[in-house]
Design a protein around this ligand. Structure first.
Ligand code: SIN
Length: 302
């Protein structure tokens, strides 16, 4: 028997996999399905103060090696979302509320509302690569990130996670988030990218620019986690291209204490979490690794 429990701040996870924000995390039914299908917990869709339609179609395409999306942060707004969250009986698995905002006042209001709505932690989306004024527009400035995280921490009790983008110096931003009291770093969000339709001579996506995810970005995510691990003491939640159990274990050896799974649901179906957990356990048994925790950061070359 191998032990794949892990811990992020005060949250214990029965396995290290969390549904990443953006996929199936908006309705009580979709989150319940995912929890029942083997994930250790769920990160909700990123929620803002007001309802938002998002970018115009097409908002997602599959490319040769990954998925490109420019959803544009569509969501029903926090008040409607919290009514939905009430319908979710969570069987003791953690729910992390993801929020996006244009400034620190909005981040505070959203985080407090998420906390009052019963989430186990709040993830600050400081990294969406394609929504003007939100996400990466804010999360690439270490001083701004420090200010946002610090003021959210002062106004909330639940753990706060900072989800970061790889297209600035992610280590500087991670250090700033830690200094401000962040309880964990989530690395990475999707990578800013584009696909072009040669026949029409136009970008495919309605928003032209999108965020790239899936197997192609795994090496980028691994490098970010590896570098952040050398510079912060808080736990890291690895994300980016984790599709099979071996990918998950690679992220753990780079320094991740837990993981987020997004595009793998597209590639492997809603049971991706259960499949990845079984593959992790098989590899660990073959390699005689008793506990996941002993693997964290084991690929680091100090
Ligand atoms: C979206 O909903 O637009 C994607 C969110 C993100 O990339 O952070």
């Amino acid at each position: 028997m191998v032990d794949i429990n892990t811990r992020i701040s005060e949250i214990t996870l029965e396995n290290p996999l969390l549904l990443a924000s953006g996929i199936l995390g908006q309705t009580a039914d979709s989150m319940k399905n995912i929890l029942e299908s083997g994930m250790g917990g769920v990160v909700t869709k990123s929620i803002g103060l007001e309802p938002r339609e998002g970018h115009s179609n097409p908002t997602m395409i599959e490319t040769e090696h990954g998925l490109l999306n420019a959803m544009g942060l569509p969501n029903p707004g926090i008040d409607v979302f919290l009514k939905e969250l009430k319908n979710l009986s969570r069987e003791s698995k953690p729910i992390i509320g993801s929020v996006f905002a244009g400034d620190k006042e909005e981040f505070i209001e959203l985080s407090v509302k998420m906390e009052e709505g019963g989430v186990d932690a709040v993830e600050l989306n400081l990294s969406c690569p394609h929504a003007e004024g939100y996400g990466a527009a804010i999360g690439t400035d270490p001083e701004l990130v420090k200010d946002i995280v610090r003021t959210v921490k002062r106004n909330t009790k639940v753990p706060i996670f900072a989800k970061l983008t790889p297209f600035s110096d992610i280590v500087d931003v991670a250090v700033a988030a830690e200094e401000a009291g962040s309880d964990a770093i989530v690395a990475i969000n999707t990578v800013q990218a584009m696909a072009i339709n040669f026949e029409t001579r136009k970008p495919f996506l309605g928003n032209q620019v999108g965020g790239y995810s899936g197997p192609a970005i795994k090496p980028i995510g691994l490098k970010c986690v590896y570098d952040i691990y050398q510079n912060v003491d808080i736990p890291i939640i690895g994300c980016g291209g984790i599709t099979y159990g071996r990918d998950a274990l690679e992220y753990i050896t780079a320094g991740a204490s837990a993981l987020q799974i997004g595009s793998a649901i597209y590639y492997r179906g809603k049971d991706a979490g259960a499949l990845i957990v079984e593959e992790m356990k098989d590899i660990m048994e073959k390699e005689d690794i008793k506990s996941l925790v002993e693997l964290i950061g084991s690929a680091q070359q100090f």
